[in-house]
Structure formats: C-alpha cells, structure tokens
Design a protein around this ligand. Structure first.
Ligand code: 6PG
Length: 469
C-alpha cells in the first residue's frame, strides 16, 4: 500500500457495499469502508480475506484522509435523499479532481443534477449501475458506468478487476455521457421486471393450468435452463421450487403471499419510455401486474363474484409444455428488444451517447438479466451497432418466426382457461403491430380530425389536410 494510502473508499457498508469492497480487496486493491454503524465496520474487517487490505472507519473525514489522490469513492446508500445527504457531508472534505461514484439505483434525473452540480465545483460525479445482487457484488457483478469520460480511466482498472468476466472480457464499459450509467441500469431493471413477469405467467399455466407440482416444475425449468432459455432468472426459478419452508412441511414458494413489491426502477422505465415516446408494453404490463398483485383483498372479493370453472387444455401435456417454453423464449426476446429500443432512442434524445453493443456485452455476465440470448443480441449489434430494434435483425427474425405460432397457441389456451397472461399478450401484440406495415391508425387520425380539426396526412402524397366531416 503506497504511502499507507488506500486506493478506494466505500460509503455505506450494507451487504452490497461490503461485498463489493471485499471483492476489490480480493483483487489486490487497498480499500477503506465508512459506516456510522461500528458493527458494520467491524463486520467488514472480520469478513475480509486474510492478507487483503481492508479497513473500516466511522467518520467520513477519517476515510478521506486515508485515500490516495485523486480520491475515488463510491456510495452505496438508498436512492433519493440519502445520496444528497452523503454528497452534502462529503463536499467540504473533497479536493478538485476527486471522483465520487453513486453505485445505487438512483433516478437518472437526480444523477444528472448531481453530475452538473459537482462538475461546477471541480469534482467528478459518476452514476454507476451495478447488477448482480449480493452474491454478484462479492464475486463479479455487471457494472454500468456513465458520466465524465475524463474520470473513467481512473476507476477503469478497478472496475474491470472486480466485474464478472465472460470469455475473459470484463462485464463493464463506459456506457455514455451524463447519467447514462443509471439510465442503462434503469432499463436493465425494466427488462428484469418483464422477464420475471413472463416466467411467473408460465409458472401459473404449468402449476394452476396443468396441475404440475414443484418437483415437476423444477425439472421443467431445469430442462429449459439447459437449452435456449438458459438464463440467471430461469436458473434461480428452478431452485426456488425445491426450497423447503422451515416453518411448515410445504415448499417455501407455496407459502409466499402473492403480492409483489417493487422499489420503483421498473415504473421509472415505463414513465421515461412514455416521455421519450418509445413503446415498451411488456415492461409496462409487468409494472401493472405487480401493482395489480397488491390488490389482494379486492382480488379475493372478485374471485368470489366471478368464479369460473377451469377448462382442461385440449392437447397432450408434453406438447403444451413445449409451447409454453417457446412462448417464454419469444416474449423474452421481445422484452430485451423493447428495452434496447428505448436505449437506442434515449442515446440521442437525451444526448447520452449510449454504445448499444457495449451495453449488451456488459449484460452478458454478472447481472440479473444475463442469458445466453445476449450472445445472439451481441452478434446482431456487432453487425449493426445502430440497430434500432432487435426485431429488424435477420437472425433474430428467424428465431421469432420459429416460435410465433406457439406463443399464439399458448395465449389461446390461456384465454380459454381464464388464466392471465398479460405479459405474453403484450409481447405478441407488440410483435403483431410492429410487423404490420399498415395499422388501423388511419381511423384514429380521421376521428381526431373529425372532432378536433387535428389534421391528417394522406397515403398518396405529402401535405397536411383537414376535412369538414
Ligand atoms: C440488480 C437488481 C437490483 C435490485 C432491484 C430489485 O440488478 O441487481 O435489479 O438492483 O434487486 O432493484 O428491484 P425491485 O425491488 O423493484 O424488484
């Protein structure tokens, strides 16, 4: 450790902050962690790998004094006011050129405000998305830094060392200007919401629909995870079915209340997609279905009012399971396509200059939405870095063409049986609309012109027209 100074500081030693710091130390960096809670600094030091350089301190001043310059420090604290509070406390202690990183899930507009305000004072502020949960932080997360390109080289070696690796390449890259890092992470989470919703719909069809129990479900998702649906989310799903409840004789999944929580990143993705005019209906539907799940009491009342008898699926079970697998594959591609099309637009609309091939490369390992499909998408973006929508890539078109009949079949059966498959339906509807050269929107334009003189364009030439209807 040169001059007894530490290479990197962490503010906030919750599990994520602690694990990321320990990961850095394991890669040879001397690190110092700050938390007001002495118990947390003690835990940090006691959980360090022997021989690594890890120190816990209980005041910010102590941490700042012990960091090499320019200082590089990250906060991992809850989004919102806690981030501003930390910045407020840090400002009097910093020197020009110091680099402050927010590694949490902050809203990108907050990050942009902080980038600008710290820049005026001579400091660098970077919003960095980190995905992979507690385990990922400890062993190799996917890291999505954005912001000042001049600051990035100072933290690049450290971030590359701790990031997950795919084929030896670290899952980190500078992903654009301003708040781009947090924007990319927000959209990552939107896609995460969408895929989780889709998996839950397939679970419903197989469990309630076909009557399959947890051991059988485990086998099905295990089988899927060994094929083209290989992904972190399918992998953990198969494990979830086996977990026993320690309070009863049941499986834990059966004892969990069906009300989904959320911290807001999925909703932010939908809100911002509306603002920049990009359709992402699978993500929107995933957000809505989590909201709907929280209306537990109303759902219980409605279940009595609208009691339905279940209908058997009129095809062999094995055939239906294959159709469900194909439907999930199709709709998962649509979820990524929608999220990435949003990033494509945000890159220019919000002047973030997001390199999409790099985003996809970084998502291939360490993050919650990692999946073997990302290799396919990476190849598509390498062929065409400006690809505005994955659906326009020839290889991906072939994959979707091969599955489109089965997602249709699954939705038809689900409708007959009365099971909600809002995510699957949103994926298929988007697909059907996107591939329609002509939509019925001519009628909407006619209506707008009829009642509001909003004008319309014609199919047979340029110009703007109004008609006295
Ligand atoms: C990740 C996760 C992580 C967090 C989500 C959960 O990439 O590691 O996305 O950031 O678990 O924010 O979000 P919800 O609580 O909204 O589901």
């Amino acid at each position: 450790m040169a001059n007894n100074l530490f290479n990197f500081g962490m503010i906030g030693l919750g599990v994520m902050g602690r694990n990321l710091l320990l990961n850095m130390a394991d890669h040879g960096f001397a690190v110092v962690g700050f938390d007001k809670d002495a118990q947390k600094t003690a835990t940090l030091e006691s959980s360090a790998t022997p021989g690594t350089q890890v120190k816990g301190v209980n005041t910010l001043a102590e941490m700042i004094q012990q960091l090499e310059k320019p200082r590089k420090l990250m906060m991992l604290v809850p989004a919102g006011k806690p981030v501003d509070d930390v910045i407020h406390d840090l400002l009097p202690l910093l020197e020009k050129g110091d680099i402050v990183i927010d590694g949490g899930n902050s809203h990108y507009t907050d990050t942009l405000r902080r980038v600008n305000s710290l820049q005026e004072k001579g400091f660098h502020f970077m919003g960095v998305g980190i995905s992979g949960g507690e385990q990922g932080a400890r062993t190799g997360p996917s890291i999505m830094p954005g912001g000042d390109p001049a600051a990035y080289p100072h933290v690049q070696p450290l971030l590359e060392a701790v990031a997950a690796k795919v084929n030896g390449s670290p899952c980190v890259a500078h992903l654009g200007k301003g708040a781009a890092g947090h924007y990319v992470k927000m959209v990552h989470n939107g896609i995460e919401y969408a895929i989780m919703q889709l998996i839950s719909e397939t679970y419903d069809l197989l469990h309630r629909g076909l009557g399959l129990e947890n051991d059988e479900l485990h086998k099905i998702y295990k089988n899927w995870n060994e094929g083209e649906l290989q992904s972190f989310l399918v992998e953990i799903t198969k494990d979830i079915f086996l977990k026993k409840d320690d309070k009863t004789d049941n499986r834990l999944v059966d004892m969990i209340l069906d009300k989904a929580g959320s911290k807001g990143t999925g909703k932010w993705t939908s809100q911002d997609a509306m603002d920049i005019g990009v359709p992402i209906p699978v993500i929107d539907m995933a957000v809505s279905m989590r909201e709907l799940s929280s209306y537990k009491e109303e759902r219980a009342q409605a279940a009595v009012l609208y009691k339905t008898s279940t209908v058997d699926i009129p095809i062999p079970m094995e055939v239906f399971i294959q159709q469900v697998q194909d439907a999930l594959y199709f709709a998962t591609i649509l979820s990524y396509a929608q999220g990435l099309s949003m990033l494509h637009t945000a890159s220019t609309e919000l002047d973030m200059q997001i390199p999409l091939p790099e985003v996809v490369r970084v998502w291939r390992g360490g993050c919650i939405i990692r999946s073997s499909l990302l290799e396919v998408f990476y190849a598509a973006f390498q062929k065409n870095p400006q690809l505005s929508n994955l659906l326009l890539d020839g290889e991906i078109a072939q994959l979707l063409q091969a599955k489109k009949q089965n997602i249709r079949n699954v939705i038809i059966h689900a409708i007959h049986m009365g099971y909600p498959v809002a995510g699957l339906m949103a994926a298929l509807s988007y697909f059907d609309a996107y591939r329609s050269e002509r939509l019925p929107t001519n009628l909407i334009q006619a209506q707008r012109d009829y009642f509001g003189a909003h004008t319309y364009q014609r199919t047979d030439g340029p110009g703007t027209f109004h008609t006295q209807w």
